[in-house]
Design a protein around this ligand. Sequence first.
Ligand code: PEP
Ligand code: MG
Length: 855
Amino acid sequence: MQKSAQIAGFTEINAEATLSASTHGGRAKCLQRLIRLGLPVPQTVALSFGAVKGLAAGQGFDVSRLLATFGARSLLCVRPSSQDPDWGGPGAILNIGMNDRRHLELSQTHGEDAASILYLRFIQSYAVHVARLDADAFSFTDNDPTERLKQALTIYEDEADEPFPQEADVQLLEVLRSMARAWEGTTARLLRQARGAPPDAGLGLVVQEMALGVGPGESGSGVLRCVDQVTGQRRVSGRYLRQSFLRDALEANGEALYLLEDPRGPSLEGEQPEIFDRLTEMAEMCRARLREEMEIEFTLERGKLRVLDAVRVSRSPRAALQIAVALAEESIISREEAVLRVEPRALPELLHPQVDPKAKRDVILRGIAASPGGAIGKLVFSAQAAQAHAAQGEPCILVRRETTPEDIRGMHVANGILTERGGMTSHAAVIARGLGLPCIVGASDMRLSTSKKTLRTKDGRSFREGDTVTIDGSSGEMLLGEVEMLEPALDDSFQSLLSWADELRDIGIRANADTPADAQTARMFKAEGIGLCRTEHMFFEEGRMMVMREMIFADSTEDRRAALEQLLPMQREDFTQLFGIMVGQPVCIRLFDPPLHEFLPSDREGMRGLAEALGLPLSDVAHRVEALAEFNPMLGLRGVRLGVTVPEIYDMQARAIFEATVAVGRKGDHVVPEIMLPLVSARREVELLKTRIDGVAAAVRNETGASFDYRLGVMVETPRAALRAGDIAGHATFLSFGTNDLTQMTYGLSRDDAGKFMGAYVQQQVFPEDPFHTLDQEGVGELLMLGAERARAARPGVTLSVCGEHGGDPDTIAFCREAGFDYVSCSPFRVPVARLAAAHLAIRDRAGDAPGELR
Ligand code: PEP
Ligand code: MG
């Protein structure tokens, strides 16, 4: 039996040694596990975090004792061992102990080429990483390894002003010191902190006897894994570099590979099936016992197999999900652990087609990544052109200065959207996320001419309508031409993982859905109802816009009612469809919100068309449009203010909702609709509207003889509504925080214009993040807390939620969960992210946040 020895800050790794990831790092711990599994790991010693810290501080270290642990003739390598392997560390240094004498000896046993290459590689890495010489100084005029070696020794001596050190103890001590110091460097610290390491994260080092993988017979080195890194499907892959190829490898800069597994050509599998089988068995054993897909790093020396290391297979988000689900289904890990192993923010990659990360990218434009996914299409510069392309079955990318409700039909048929202006909650961004379309906003580095149908980029390139581009909404880049895509992966594993997440989470997730198509998506992603249906979008549909305009132009209440009479059956049908799709789940309908002028044409041509349609003189139309214009429309006559001053619109909507409720009720589907008032700032607004809506409900009950209930709620999106939430909750059974407008009004920051300077603001750390993207927990969050507290005091049990775009953001979900909110509501395509993020929070809360050792 091997003995465990703790000498001068290092521990020989054997089955009994006392080490943990938190004292010696994840690599050391993993190597011990491999040894315990009986894998043929070369002799290895681990230096603790404390010993490495001491080395960096220049404290003495008994390197001779360390060397004595290994045989005098051993070559060694040193690798980093941080607590979490993802935190990185300095690169490994191999072949320590190579010197002129060992070169001679190895030339005799392993051949001169092999000996020279090993020595040469050591000199080069020592020169660059330890002696800190310039890598470019090592350029060679000869291809012969021994000639190169001679040149390298001369270059070293010239550059370092001293000969290359020949003593193994000097080499080893310097290597250990340089790696220890590299960990303490500012860049390395910032890098690992960005990967989640704490500021005081320690580094361990492992010193291992080299298993050379060179020599006569079957010799070489390679890696083997049993899973595909991109798809997560189980299949053996990796590479094997046969020693006979070493010289080629040198010439091809290490690129010459001998295949591990290839039925068509020479491969390790074909020529050494026993070794291949042994390796795959080892990888399977690691998977089962280390509870993770591991990549085995191995060497063969004259047919003798050694395992140098095993690391967690690096993987794409789609592979991460497949692997986690497969491990849980085989009961290797628990479902909780599988859920925790998939990062919520990585999910969007699985929901949309993605630009292949390996594809070549020629970036034309950059902006804010407002809605993820990739799409290819021809450039178009108007909603009409988008519709024309769609009619021909041609995919298109709609480019606008900014979008307005008038563009909605073009947006529905476009494959991607790019706007010059705007931020995370501008019209284009919100609609695109709702539709699941890739979108970039705030791409201000271009000159756009919608009349000439051209765009010119900062670097002087010009593009015209019809040119093919690829839009990458995940990175915020528009790319030239057609770039390769990866298809979405909503397969069984995806469904399984999310259903496990649902069993674990403890906050509700609803979707913001305006149309039957949105509602279908919400159902597909298993939202628990609709948290926000923005009804105004329904009026932009073909055939409705004109009636809307008639209603807006009506001079009298009767004329307005007549126009609304025409809209009533359409709205009733909208809600009947929504209730039908969402059967059994709550549907929260927000009454009409935007200022009326948004429905009127903005240019002369449009006004002329409207004048024709309404049989009015153009001047009348122009006059009315002008009269409706406001200096600050977002703070003007909109939301509940329209409900108070033009009450017929809300009357019609309430009637449509109740009649739809009765209609689906007659089919046996019981619905309790939720009606939500936007932009409330005073209790009296709610009082007035509640009285009217109650009246409409009573009338519909009388007319139909049916009984039904409804819930009235308020959207808290003005600071005053949050402050007066106690008052307001007296009339409302639920409050939903509209954090888009609430952020806009709390900061006094236009959600449609902030994109222009948000980059500069974030860069100069005025704001830590774009507050339209990440909830400002300190400011806007305080209003949420205040509102929630006051509402609860006035009405215990009041339902509380967030329905702004922040609802899909994991940090906001954490905030809402902590504050005891009932649900969050977000764009349908963000629902899976929200479900998973909510489950992470619940699991971590219950279990304490301990990262797995082998993550
Ligand atoms: C909000 O303001 O947060 C909201 C959800 O409404 P909208 O984005 O439609 O203004
Ligand atoms: Mg709003």
